[in-house]
Ligand binder design. Structure first.
Ligand code: LLP
Length: 421
């Protein structure tokens, strides 16, 4: 459920009409709903209660500081995978004690900044990284709290580019070797073991792979405790999928996920951490774009938009589906036709949808891509020298620009001529 609905035949973000925002900021732009972000975060905290838990929003899915502040003020923790994300969380006022640091390649410099600034835990991805964290901690005279990310070798049954829990993936330490790695961690002078971490993939539409992974984590918890380790937190990663197509998808709900977590892990007495990104941010945002031209091609018509693959790369990168809807609601019986929906970028991959049945749209009409809050703005680039597009946050009947569209001059001024030119 989200807060992008038609009212009086016009698409609104909460109480604000989309054409009003378009008139103020120009197209294309992203717009996020505070009420939807809040609702999705709350669904997770309710689903995990009464277990002690911390919902750490995966910043990688949507990293605007205004969004992080919105969630942080509700008590959310943050899952970061770079020091850039860590500093965004801190800029949003989230204390280090609520930030977990994941990611396969943390540099010593990143580790140092996180240790100096305060961190809840490092999710360790390899033995060399574990040793580096210990060394940096010793050099600073502090102890680094760590969980080891184990790779449970389960098939997440999602898109190959976003599955992470199989042994062939680059993530984590094989669960079969976990005991020896924890034994080394316990010997390293700069580390304190606080728990176990697992994340098997993203956009999972079935609970079974989670359940298989969590059963292995429960078993490992017992084994590590028997070895004398203080396993008090279980970080279960993110990955719960969302319905991208309203018509035919019904992934499990947070409440069902929470019930399964309690069933599998509730008896262990651990604090549960989760790292959802997409389920909180995905349906909290839309991308609004304008039709530039309708081009009649051979046997097909193209809807050429002012948004392109550089603004929303998911369709070209993962063949992802996003529902596309007109901002001015069409009558139920209004005629429609199939369109190839494309952007202006000079490659065929810049295609959002093929033969998508849409109302008879014309130049200057506005359309919205639904479910674009997660992995939309954060994956944007300036390909074809198209400046990054603005982000807008709505709350009730108010809206605010939370990232400005740079001018062409600003974009170009970042390039510097060498002294010999
Ligand atoms: N924790 C870790 C360690 C992760 O690697 C990820 C996502 C998450 C949490 C959050 O997963 P979520 O709840 O959002 O599924 N760009 C791709 C998705 C990449 C996901 C990477 N890792 C896409 O657009 O579908």
């Amino acid at each position: 459920m989200d807060h992008f609905l038609y009212s009086g035949g016009v698409l609104h973000a909460e109480g604000v009409a989309i054409p009003e925002i378009a008139a103020a900021v120009g197209t294309p732009f992203y717009v996020y709903s505070t009420a939807t972000l809040t609702r999705h975060f709350t669904l997770f905290t309710e689903a995990l209660s009464p277990l002690p838990h911390l919902v750490c929003f995966a910043i990688k899915s949507l990293s605007n500081v205004a969004v992080l502040k919105t969630l942080g003020d509700l008590g959310a923790g943050m899952d970061v995978v770079s020091i850039g994300e860590y500093l965004r969380a801190r800029a949003a006022g989230v204390p280090g004690g609520r930030i977990v640091f994941s990611g396969v390649g943390k540099t010593r410099e990143e580790i140092r900044i996180a240790l100096e600034g305060g961190i809840r835990q490092f999710n360790v991805e390899s033995e060399p990284e574990m040793r580096a964290i210990s060394e940096v901690a010793v050099s600073l005279g502090v102890i680094a709290p760590v969980a080891v990310r184990v790779n449970p070798d389960v098939d997440a049954r999602t898109h190959a580019k976003i599955a992470t829990g199989k042994s062939e993936n680059k993530f984590g330490i094989p669960i079969a070797r976990a005991r020896e790695v924890y034994a080394e961690a316990a010997r390293l002078p700069g580390l304190e073991i606080v728990g176990i971490d697992v994340h098997i993939g993203s956009q999972l539409t079935d609970l079974a792979p989670f359940e298989a992974a969590f059963a292995k984590v429960a078993e490992l918890t017992g084994a590590l405790r028997a070895d004398g380790h203080d396993i008090r937190r279980l970080d279960l990663g993110g990955g719960l999928g969302i319905p991208y197509s309203r018509s035919n998808e019904a992934p499990p709900l947070p409440v069902e996920y929470g019930a399964m977590v309690k069933r599998r892990l509730g008896h262990l007495g651990c604090e549960i951490e989760i790292e959802p990104g997409r389920l909180i941010s995905g349906n909290s945002g839309i991308l609004v774009s304008k039709v530039i031209y309708v081009k009649n091609g051979e046997g097909r018509d193209f809807l050429i938009l002012d948004a392109a693959m550089n603004d929303l790369v998911r369709p070209s990168m993962y063949d992802a589906h996003h529902d596309i809807i007109p901002v001015i609601e069409s009558a139920p019986a209004a005629p429609s036709q199939p369109f190839d929906v494309v952007g202006p970028v000079c490659e065929t991959g810049d295609t959002f949808a093929k033969a998508r049945e849409l109302p008879l749209l014309a130049a200057d009409d506005l359309v919205a891509f639904r479910s674009a809050g997660a992995y939309g703005a954060v994956m944007a680039s300036e390909y074809n020298s198209r400046p990054l597009i603005p982000e807008v946050l709505v709350k009730g009947d108010q809206f605010a620009i939370i990232r400005e569209r740079p001018t062409y001059e600003e974009m170009i001024a970042r390039d510097k001529l060498p002294p010999w030119a």
